[in-house]
Design a protein. Structure first.
Length: 301
C-alpha cells in the first residue's frame, strides 16, 4: 500500500519544524537567585566562628554551628532549585556540557588542593630532613638524625608512626569495593535496571560509612594512645592534614551519594539524563584515587 505524497510532505515538514525549534531553543539562564548571597554569609559566619573558637572565644562553637546550619539550608535550597529545573526539562545539551565542564574544573581544583599537601610531604621528607643532617645546616641542630617518619628538630617525644597494615589496609579494600559497586550501579542505570542502580548505590554508601568509622577509630587511637597530634612535628602534621582532609571529602561524597540514592528511589535519572549521578561518580572515584596515593605515600614509603 503506497503512502500519499501529501502525508510524506506533511511528516517531513513536521520533522523539519521540530529540528528547527530544537536548534533555535535559547540557552537556559536561571532567574536571579538569593542563594549565592546567603551562601556567602554562611561561609563568613562559619569562618568567623572557627576563628573565634581557635582563639578560645566562648561563642566560637555556636557561631560556627550557626554558619554550618545556614550553609546546609543554602545547599539544600540551591541544589533543590537546580534539580527542579532539570526535571522540568529546562536544560538542553548545551547546559549539560556547561555543567560537565564546570565539574571537571572543580575536580581539577581539588587535585591541586591535594597536590599542595603531597608537595609539602615530599619537600619535608626528601629535602628538608636530609638537609638538616648534612653540611653546615647540620650545625643548627646537633644530634638530629633526620630520617622519616620524624618529629622534626627541637621537638621532643617518642614517635609511633602508623603502618599500612590493619585499618589502613581494610579501608583501602573498602574504597576499592565501593568504586566497583558504584560502577555497577552506573551500569544498571545505563541499561534501565533500577533495582541494580539502587542496590549499587546503597552498598557504596554503606562501604563509605564503614571507611569513615574505621578512620575515626584510627585517628582516636593515634591521638590518645600513640601521642600523635598536629603539634607532634612534621609527621603528625602531615598525617592528620592529609588523612583528615581526605576523610572530609569521603564524608562529602557519601552525603552526595545519599542524595543520589533518594533521587533514584523517587524515579529520577534516565539513561539519557544522568549528569548528576555521573558527577557524583566522578567525585567518588577521584576520592578513591587520592586514597591510593595517600596509602602509598603516608603509610608505606
Amino acid at each position: 500500500m503506497s503512502v500519499p505524497s501529501q502525508a510524506i510532505t506533511s511528516q517531513t515538514s513536521e520533522q523539519t519544524m521540530t529540528a528547527g525549534q530544537a536548534a533555535d531553543r535559547p540557552y537556559y539562564v536561571p532567574k536571579p537567585s538569593h542563594w549565592p548571597i546567603i551562601g556567602a554569609c554562611a561561609l563568613l559566619l562559619a569562618a568567623a566562628g572557627a576563628a573565634t573558637w581557635l582563639n578560645r572565644g566562648a561563642a566560637g562553637p555556636y557561631i560556627l554551628a550557626a554558619g554550618a546550619a545556614l550553609l546546609a539550608v543554602t545547599l539544600f535550597g540551591w541544589f533543590g532549585t537546580v534539580i527542579r529545573e532539570s526535571e522540568g526539562g529546562l536544560y538542553d545539551k548545551q547546559v549539560d556540557r556547561s555543567y560537565r565542564w564546570a565539574f571537571a574544573w572543580f575536580i581539577f581544583s581539588e587535585t591541586c588542593f591535594f597536590a599542595a599537601f603531597f608537595g609539602a610531604l615530599f619537600y619535608m621528607r626528601w629535602h628538608i630532613m636530609p638537609d638538616l643532617t648534612s653540611g653546615e645546616t647540620a650545625e643548627l641542630w646537633p644530634g638530629f638524625k633526620g630520617g622519616w617518619p620524624a618529629t622534626g628538630p627541637g621537638i621532643e617525644g617518642t614517635l609511633h608512626p602508623e603502618h599500612g597494615t590493619g585499618i589502613p589496609l581494610i579501608n583501602t579494600v573498602l574504597l576499592l569495593l565501593s568504586a566497583a559497586t558504584l560502577l555497577w550501579a552506573h551500569r544498571g542505570l545505563q541499561k534501565g535496571a533500577r533495582g541494580q542502580l539502587k542496590l549499587g548505590l546503597f552498598l557504596t554508601i554503606v562501604l563509605g560509612l564503614a571507611f569513615l568509622g574505621l578512620q575515626f577509630s584510627e585517628h582516636y587511637r593515634a591521638y590518645t594512645e600513640l601521642g600523635l597530634t598536629l603539634g607532634s612535628g612534621a609527621y603528625g602534621a602531615t598525617f592528620f592534614m592529609l588523612t583528615g582532609f581526605h576523610g572530609l571529602h569521603v564524608a562529602i561524597g557519601a552525603t552526595i551519594l545519599c542524595v543520589m540514592f533518594v533521587r533514584s528511589l523517587r524515579g529520577d535519572f534516565t539513561p539519557n539524563d544522568q549528569f548528576a549521578f555521573e558527577a557524583a561518580q566522578w567525585y567518588w572515584q577521584f576520592v578513591d584515587v587520592i586514597w591510593l596515593l595517600m596509602y602509598l605515600l603516608v603509610y608505606w614509603l
